[in-house]
Design a protein around this ligand. Structure first.
Ligand SMILES: Cc1ncc(COP(=O)(O)O)c(C=O)c1O
Length: 459
């Protein structure tokens, strides 16, 4: 592809590095520039529309352009107090309002909110607080953190160490030494023949217990889990999984951190994934739909037990020595507060549950397609697993690049898809209507047909 000198694409290649991008390929093919957004659609520079089936990065809950109401709140807050920090006892009204709102909405009693700008920072803070807590209670040797294979908690050093992402550890010298990873609860892929969901869940919980015992329970600080694994492929936990896992954590006094960065604020059809799966976490990280992605903001909610430990440490050391320049940013917190008010007034969470049911039904119709092995979902989050052989569940050889082919055909059919290995995950903006779901599913069916035609030509 030849790019015009000084075109936006050429300037992009010249000046910017993109995350999660093949840098060499980017130099050759240039960027896909998204020019504007409206509802669940984004438009390229030529005005072509694409339905965004994963809300950008699972975050644009209200679609891709803010309404007047949100824009006005941002504008007015920028004019009144465009910035102030929260260090050394400083506060601002929007962050006070948002913290209070989060305490009211939390799925289990929580004591305080800490604000940051990204999910990664919230999870890094949860790692630090798991260590801090155990220092406070006189057990500093309890410092190992357990995540799960293919779990994703962010890209900063702590968050990616908890994540079970070898592709993101490679050549960064990560994960840090005290991080461990338990199995992922992917029933379709890892259940043994004839094993029920409940038996699979028991096996995984038993293996988690074995891991804790092998490490020594006196060395294990915390376990991190997303209620539904997002970047791992939209993996809905099997029946009774979290009940059994939480019993193990309680037995060995291991803290539980629920990463609600994707699931929080309606994605699973309830306000929190913790409600959908009956979780009792000690800390909850959230971001993304917290502000419908209109401002970069995240929060970590901590329960009273953690807060009391923080008080103890602050008494001992003189202050709580952690935070960032943008913690409790007035514009970000004001926008998040307004976004949550809209969710409440418009019952967007109920809408997500209803339209989510429709999306799962419509995508399940594709189970008949020769490429599709499994369709599972909850709320507005559904994973479609592609296989080469439906009977044996044999996947395509990764060398064949099925995912990249689906992605390309999706693009041609006006869809932005999230391909994770052999899985396509649908998590559109929460405002999506049933009609738009139908349109997306029709485009996806054409995408599958086009890919299948190509596969048959090549094999
Ligand atoms: C479950 C989960 N946790 C944490 C993160 C990291 O959030 P951020 O990219 O805002 O740092 C992500 C990002 O996709 C995520 O999916």
């Amino acid at each position: 592809m030849t790019l015009l000198a000084n075109s936006a694409a050429a300037r992009d290649i010249e000046n910017q590095v993109h995350p999660q991008t093949n840098l060499r390929l980017h130099r050759e093919q240039g960027p896909f520039i998204v020019d504007k957004g409206a509802g669940v659609r984004v438009f390229d520079d030529d005005g072509r529309d694409y339905i965004e089936t994963v809300a950008g990065l699972w975050c644009a809950a209200l679609g891709f352009s803010a309404n007047e109401r949100i824009a006005k709140v941002a504008y007015e807050q920028l004019r009144t107090l465009g910035y102030y920090h929260s260090y050394r006892h400083r506060a601002n009204h929007p962050s006070i309002d948002l913290a209070e709102t989060l305490m009211r909405l939390a799925p289990v009693p929580m004591s305080k909110a800490l604000f940051f700008s990204s999910g990664s920072e919230a999870n890094d803070t949860a790692v630090k607080l798991a260590w801090y807590y155990h220092h406070a209670i006189g057990k500093p040797e309890k410092n190992k953190i357990i995540g799960r294979d293919k779990g994703y908690h962010g890209s900063t050093i702590g968050a990616i160490s908890v994540s079970g992402k070898p592709d993101m550890h490679a050549d960064f010298g990560l994960p840090l030494p005290q991080f461990r990873h338990a199995e992922m609860p992917h029933y379709y892929r890892f259940a043994e023949p004839g094993e029920s969901e409940a038996d699979f869940a028991t096996r995984l919980a038993d293996n988690l217990e074995k891991l804790i015992l092998d490490e020594g329970p006196e060395t294990v600080a915390a376990f991190f889990a997303e209620p539904v694994m997002g970047a791992g492929g939209g993996i809905v936990p099997p029946e009774s999984y979290f009940e059994k896992v939480q019993a193990v954590l309680r037995r060995y006094e291991v803290l539980f951190v629920a990463d609600e960065v994707i699931c929080g604020f309606g994605r699973t059809g309830n306000w929190w994934g913790s409600q959908t799966f009956d979780l009792q976490p000690d800390m909850i990280s959230c971001a993304k739909a917290l502000s419908a992605a209109f401002q970069p903001i995240s929060a970590l909610l901590v329960n009273e037990k953690i807060y009391q430990a923080m008080l103890t440490e602050s008494d001992k050391l003189g202050s709580f020595a952690h935070g960032s320049t943008y913690s409790g940013h007035p514009v970000a917190t004001a926008v998040a507060r307004e976004v949550i008010a809209i969710y409440e007034e418009e019952d967007l969470i109920g809408h997500a549950a209803r339209v989510g049911g429709h999306m799962l039904r419509r995508l399940s119709e594709l189970a008949e397609h020769p490429l599709v092995g499994d369709v599972t979902g909850v709320g507005l989050l559904t994973g479609v697993e592609l296989v080469q052989d439906k009977a044996t569940r044999q996947p395509y050889d990764p060398e064949f690049g099925l995912g990249a082919r689906i992605d390309r055909h999706g693009h041609q059919n006006g869809l932005i898809l999230r391909v994770v290995g052999d899985r396509i995950v649908f998590a559109p903006p929460l405002i999506i209507s049933e009609g738009e779901v139908d349109e997306a599913v029709d485009r996806f069916r054409r995408t599958l047909d086009d890919t299948w035609a190509e596969v048959r030509e090549l094999t």
